[in-house]
Design a protein around this ligand. Structure first.
Ligand code: ADP
Ligand code: MG
Length: 364
């Protein structure tokens, strides 16, 4: 079976790696000349909005999916009309626009931080009334890795914040004093079966994920899984989805979802019976889902911007190195490292060493 993937970055690369032993082959559509997934499948070089490129891609695949959500509606609907796309265009389109996404959460009864739309300066007062300060101003579209966000510590910061984001449509969101950032990753099959991985606890710096830890039998697991399943059902979703959460006391606030495999689920490659990548492929290919249980507690550390030496990384006992083969650039995700260990002290020590090597602050 030939799997079409919109995008050819590291998520597409890891999907292709997971698919190979199952006999699944990948075809990527991406505009870059040499994206990092290209060596692992067939690369159609073309723009996502180019109808000829899309048609050639669609002709060559049995099912199509996406490794990122910012894809034009016309491209998604073209693939959907041909019966190829999973998850559905609605799930991807809603996640592209923060106001629609938050409104969906509200409709489904999933709690969120207080939020209000800002289209013009005339909306400032009403938005501040709802969100209060401190707050975060976020562009409604094209946000990722903390981009398209500005801090609003006090009322007077709102105008300069909006100007710094180019006066585009935004939402103003209360800054949540969370105790933990969590994510729940789940997969839903074509016949509606849901499976959920153990929760991940995530540590960000400057809006970018640095470290994820799998949690065993966390007290918030049932609540998070219930929220995620509600979302999957509502979207009639097929494939893997990640839901990002803030924990405040015994409450979980839903932040956003990603209609795809997610960085906070990379630990599942070595740390779960079936990885998020394999189960995404199984779901969209109509195959039975694999078990999502953890094999042991796991930690994943991202490599951002520049590499420490591979020799130093691999000297950490049990380290699994994933080098995406991308050229280094500030803020770019170049790879990740996973540790899986039943021994909590060994996991703690290994994680501290990896964090030191990749330059994660405040870790030990
Ligand atoms: N309302 C909020 N309160 C506190 N921190 C937030 C809030 N919204 C976002 N953040 C922080 O910024 C990070 C990135 O924001 P997010 O909304 O997930 O956007 P994206 O991942 O699309 O860049 C979050 O993971 C979290 O650390
Ligand atoms: Mg996020």
């Amino acid at each position: 079976m030939n799997i079409g993937i919109l995008g050819a970055g590291q998520l597409a690369q890891m999907l292709a790696l997971a698919g190979y032993p199952l006999g699944l082959r990948c075809t990527f559509l991406a505009p870059e000349e040499a994206p990092c997934a290209a060596p692992l499948g067939r690369h159609h070089r073309g723009d996502y909005q180019n109808s000829a490129a899309l048609a050639a891609f669609a002709d060559s695949v049995d099912v199509a999916t996406a490794e990122f959500e910012h894809i034009a509606q016309v491209a998604l609907e073209g693939l959907e009309d041909r019966g190829l796309l999973a998850p559905c265009s609605e799930a991807i389109l809603l996640s592209q626009e923060r106001l629609q996404e938050k409104s969906l959460f509200t409709r489904l009864g999933l709690p969120t931080a207080r939020y209000a739309p800002i289209d013009t300066e005339a909306d400032f007062n009403s938005a501040l009334d709802v969100a209060g300060t401190p707050a975060i101003l976020k562009t409604r579209r094209m946000g990722y890795d903390g981009k398209g966000q500005a801090s609003v510590a006090a009322v007077a910061d709102l105008l300069p914040a909006w100007e710094s984001l180019g006066r585009v449509p935004c939402i103003l969101e209360a800054r949540v004093p969370f105790e933990r950032e969590l994510s729940v990753i789940a997969v839903r099959s074509r016949d509606g079966e849901c499976r959920v991985w153990p929760l991940s606890e995530n540590q960000h710096e400057a809006g970018i994920l640095r470290v994820s830890r799998s949690l065993s039998n966390d007290p918030m697991e049932g609540l998070a899984q219930g929220y995620c399943e509600r979302l999957l059902e509502a979207l009639n979703y097929v494939g893997v989805l990640a839901l990002e959460l803030f924990q405040c006391g015994d409450e979980l606030l839903v932040n956003e979802y990603a209609p795809r495999v997610h960085n906070s689920g990379h630990w599942t490659i070595e740390g779960a019976v079936t990885s998020q990548f394999e189960n995404h492929l199984r779901a969209i290919a109509g195959l039975p889902l694999g078990a999502t249980a953890a094999v042991a507690p796991s930690v994943m550390v991202n490599v951002i911007g520049q590499w420490p030496s591979a020799r130093d990384i691999l000297a950490v006992p049990g380290a699994h190195l994933h080098d995406y083969g991308k050229s280094p650039a500030p803020g770019r995700k170049l790879g990740h490292i996973t540790l899986v260990d039943h021994d909590a002290e060994a996991l703690r020590q290994g994680t501290a060493e990896l964090c030191r090597l990749v330059g994660v602050a405040g870790e030990g």
